[in-house]
Design a protein around this ligand. Structure first.
Ligand code: HEM
Length: 406
């Protein structure tokens, strides 16, 4: 296997500490389609992991995403290897493949529908207003902590019928699960989320909780006469909270930052909000790429863009790189709401695991920016963003903003 410089190894924390990781990916894309990367030590592999292939170009990410027979999710979708039990606990359906995944997804699709999301619209608006109004008279604050704050978490909790008193604890556990992804600490946090969810599912089954209607629908949804077990629903619950909070917060926070870098796009959007919203939201998701990668494992000897891949090798699709691939996306570095087509892989490369929450994420972003521009129309970024330096979520820890107090 070939030796790639440390500076170009996205498995290393220092890769994400550099000022411009996107440029490092651009170098990789120009050099070749697939790169071998060694893996540093982790909790489970003190000697270092077994290494992985990085797929950095757009077309190859799409191809790998769509070929689950050759590039399966069922050995895990994070870079670090895990035991089968952990792969199940951390991902549920995200880490399933083939008929089992299709069956699971078909059941979930009966419940998490566009109509379910539409029915949440008013609730989403109430939470957006609450988040903005609580700091509207201040004149300046931190956009991430003070405005976005608990917005996406509250929406997922509303969707799942989590009682208000339990939400802080659940959100804290989700934070631990994501901040230390792949560690023993994260594993224990996910186990606690699942144990909590099992209680909620039991209540929904016993019909003692009025608010658990989503869970009740999941309990009764069936495909080919089969339903999900209580445990499967609890694992799905954990997937929804871990997949749906940080991603949406990142889209909104980094979206605000992107709008500050491209004031002309922002002006256009504010002038014609509803008309431009679908395109603007999609372009923000592409530009931000909240989820940087997901991984697959080769089920047989294969090839990607001429690079032989051995059976069992890990293959990492860098969405963050694919979405800046200028050979496919014209002026990919720019935020531009007038693009003719929404070509991006931020919600996945279009395969069987395409994001189940995309409709909800788009709805949350649209309503949030609508309320933001209505209530604080001159809000502007007034300092440097503080990045999270994670190889998994392209998040912000802080983003200073100022505005005329409302
Ligand atoms: C802008 C926000 C979001 C982004 C960028 C995003 C990104 C992604 C990506 C890239 C995948 C594909 C994984 C793969 O191919 O292995 C995915 C899957 C998934 N997402 Fe999202 N997501 C977002 C919001 C959400 C929300 C709000 C929810 C929850 C309601 C959610 C739930 C899921 C689920 C359940 C899957 C697994 C689908 C499956 O395995 O079939 N996501 N997401």
């Amino acid at each position: 296997m070939e030796d790639i410089t440390q500076a170009h190894n996205p498995a290393l924390p220092e890769f994400w500490l550099q000022k411009d990781p996107d440029s490092a990916f651009a170098d990789m894309r120009h050099e070749k389609a697939v790169h071998w990367h060694d893996e540093p030590a982790s909790d489970w592999f003190p000697e270092g992991g077994r290494g992985f292939w990085s797929v950095v170009r757009y077309e190859d990410v799409v191809e790998v995403s769509r070929d689950q027979e050759t590039f399966t999710s069922e050995n895990g979708t994070e870079i670090v290897d895990m035991t089968p039990e952990m792969v199940h606990i951390f991902g549920g359906m995200l880490n399933m493949s083939g008929a089992a995944h299709a069956h699971h997804r078909a059941i979930v699709n009966r419940v998490l529908t566009p109509r379910t999301v539409e029915a949440l619209s008013d609730t989403i608006r109430v939470h957006a207003r609450r988040c903005i109004d609580r700091v509207a008279d201040r004149g300046s604050c931190d956009f991430m902590q003070d405005i976005v704050g608990d917005f996406p978490a509250q929406i997922i909790c509303e969707l799942l019928g989590v009682p208000v008193d339990d939400r802080d604890r659940l959100v804290a556990l989700t934070g631990t699960a994501l901040s230390a992804y792949g560690t023993a600490e994260a594993y224990n946090a996910v186990l606690e989320i699942i144990a909590y969810a099992e209680q909620l599912v039991a209540q929904a089954r016993a019909q003692v909780s009025d608010s658990a209607s989503f869970l009740r629908k999941l309990l009764s949804a069936q495909v080919d006469g089969e339903r999900m077990s209580d445990h499967e629903i609890a694992v799905f619950f954990a997937l929804l909270v871990t997949a749906g909070i940080e991603t949406t917060a990142t889209s909104i926070g980094q979206g605000m930052y992107a709008l500050s870098l491209y004031p002309e796009q922002r002006r256009r959007w504010q002038e014609d909000f509803q008309q431009l919203a679908p395109r603007a939201v999609e372009e923000i998701v592409r530009w931000v790429t909240p989820v940087r990668y997901f991984r697959r494992t080769a089920t047989r000897d294969a090839e990607i863009a001429g690079q032989p891949i051995a059976k069992g090798d890990k293959v990492v699709m860098w969405y963050t790189s694919a979405n800046r691939d200028e050979s496919v996306i014209d002026r990919a570095w720019e935020l531009d709401f007038s693009r003719a087509e929404d070509r991006h892989v931020a919600f996945g490369g279009g395969g069987p695991h395409f994001c189940l929450g995309a409709v909800l994420a788009r709805k949350e972003m649209t309503i949030f920016f609508d309320e933001l521009f209505t209530r604080l129309p001159d809000i502007e970024v007034c300092g440097e963003p503080e990045r999270l330096h994670s190889n998994f979520v392209n998040g912000l820890a802080a983003l200073p903003v100022r505005y005329t107090p409302a």
